[in-house]
Ligand binder design. Structure first.
Ligand code: 6PG
Length: 466
């Protein structure tokens, strides 16, 4: 009898091929399906293992999978996912499992989950982070759906995931679309961290006049301390890369327009729907939008007065480092608070300690600080906000003064730091026992009789303001 494979993967792009090879490295047999014959041949050539196969024939693919079939899709989010599902569905048997490993919108996952459930097919949305290298060597995996279906794929996911202290960076996130939701928030935090690192680069380049060699060293040094993270590590390496087409550094030849596939924007849109403030993440999305207006920016750059405040005292590299650490903390605070709200709103029943734990390795936002986040939720799983945890208070208090100094400096110098300054303002607002929003209430009642509550007694009131 022909060999039956443990795992099937649809979409043999770089991510798909690498994930499949990772599965095969861990002694599971795996078969890939792609419409592109070359990708199938490349897989077979690269694999050189007898536990790997590939095909362009969906019937062969389905027939060669052991039942219940475990099929992962690594195809672009959106319509391609629906196409593949529609294509495979008539060939599947009751109890088979389809896993969408792409960055699908969680509402699409809900729709697919319910539609396939009615056909007795398990569907799982699994966020996978770590890029192509992570897929090959160990990603962080965020699966959600039906806990019983997770048991089918658990041994494979635990084998291929990144490990921290011998523990796999994967766990069941929750019902329905919980996996894609958690991955979306991961990406929102990723956007924030990337933007904040960009702002620190801007400050040190324009303000502190660091050249690329110094920047490389600065980020390298930072990566040994509290800021230790994958994104700081690769940033140091980026400043070390020379351009193959000219004699300059590659970073200086890259156009300053950042693209986006949408997960950061979805995080912001969803935060608005949930009534959660995530201004650091919003700023990161807005900065990608502002960056894309290159022509208008060029025109504006010669229309306005240049900043003249040169007498302001300098900031040090250490102060910039502290400001970046402060804002990293605010990014995690906002992302975790959004997860906490979504968990109730969508009945995901998320375990935030577990999420912090599986983000410590493999994923793009992996960072030393996540251990503090994990500890905070271990001590109190029902935290109203991560900012209320003593573990976090101590860290924030240690760096907030330097953050103020850096923000003052960038405002005076005209260096845009939308994400950094939003982080500080978010913090200042959050820790204010009194905000001036009593005035908003008065205005609303003045022009629209919207009523207000009082400090000194219960009930709702309306005044005749004229
Ligand atoms: C990851 C990344 C990955 C991808 C981003 C890029 O966790 O491995 O988040 O999913 O690189 O989606 O997103 P943008 O194109 O929107 O920057």
């Amino acid at each position: 009898m022909a060999q039956l494979y443990d795992f099937g993967l649809v979409g043999l792009g770089v991510m798909g091929r690498n994930f499949l090879l990772n599965v095969a490295d861990h002694h599971f047999s795996a078969i890939g399906l792609d419409t592109d014959d070359k990708k199938v041949k490349d897989l077979k050539n690269e694999g050189q293992l007898d536990n790997i196969d590939g095909t362009i024939d969906k019937v062969e693919f389905i027939n060669k999978l052991a039942k219940p079939r475990k099929i992962m899709l690594l195809v672009p989010a959106g319509e391609p996912v629906d196409h593949v599902i529609t294509d495979l569905l008539p060939l599947l048997d009751s109890g088979d499992l389809i896993i969408d490993g792409g960055n699908s919108h969680f509402e699409d996952t809900n729709r697919r989950f319910h539609s396939l459930k009615s056909k007795d097919i398990h569907f799982m949305g699994a966020g996978i982070s770590g890029g192509s290298e992570g897929a090959r060597r160990g990603p962080s995996i965020m699966p959600g759906g039906d806990p019983k279906a997770y048991e089918l794929i658990k041994p494979i996911f635990e084998a291929v995931a990144a490990k921290v202290s011998n523990e796999p960076c994967v766990d069941f996130m929750g019902q329905g679309s919980a996996g894609n939701y958690v991955k979306m928030i991961h990406n929102g935090i990723e956007y924030a961290m990337m933007q904040l690192i960009g702002e620190s680069y801007h400050i040190m380049k324009l303000g502190l006049q660091q050249d690329n060699a110094q920047l490389k060293q600065t980020y390298f040094d930072w990566n040994k301390g509290d800021l230790q993270s994958f994104l700081i590590e690769i940033t140091s390496q980026i400043f070390d890369k020379s351009d193959e087409l000219t004699s300059s550094d590659l970073i200086d030849q890259i156009l300053d327009k950042a693209k986006q596939k949408g997960t950061g924007k979805w995080t912001s849109q969803n935060a608005m729907n949930l009534g959660i403030a995530i201004p650091t993440i919003d700023a990161a999305v807005s900065m990608r939008q502002i960056s894309s207006m290159k022509d208008a920016r060029m025109k504006a750059s010669v229309k306005y007065l240049q900043v003249t405040q040169d007498s302001l005292s300098q900031v040090s590299v250490e102060e910039v480092r502290d400001a970046l650490y402060f804002a990293f903390i605010m990014s995690y605070v906002q992302g975790m608070d959004q997860l906490s709200r979504a968990s109730k709103e969508y009945q995901y029943d998320l375990n935030l300690e577990l999420i912090a734990k599986i983000w410590r390795g493999g994923c793009i936002i992996r960072a030393r600080f996540l251990e503090a986040v994990r500890l905070a939720y271990k001590k109190d799983s029902s935290l109203e906000s991560l900012l209320l945890s003593p573990v976090i208070v101590e860290r924030v208090n240690a760096v907030v003064d330097n953050t103020r100094k850096v923000v003052q400096y960038t405002v005076a110098k005209g260096i845009p730091t939308l994400a950094l300054s939003n982080s500080l303002n978010y913090f200042d607002a959050f820790k204010s026992a009194h905000l001036p929003l009593n005035l908003i209430q008065a205005q609303r009642d003045f022009f629209g009789s919207h009523t207000y509550e009082r400090n000194d007694r219960q009930d709702v009131f309306h005044s005749d303001w004229n």
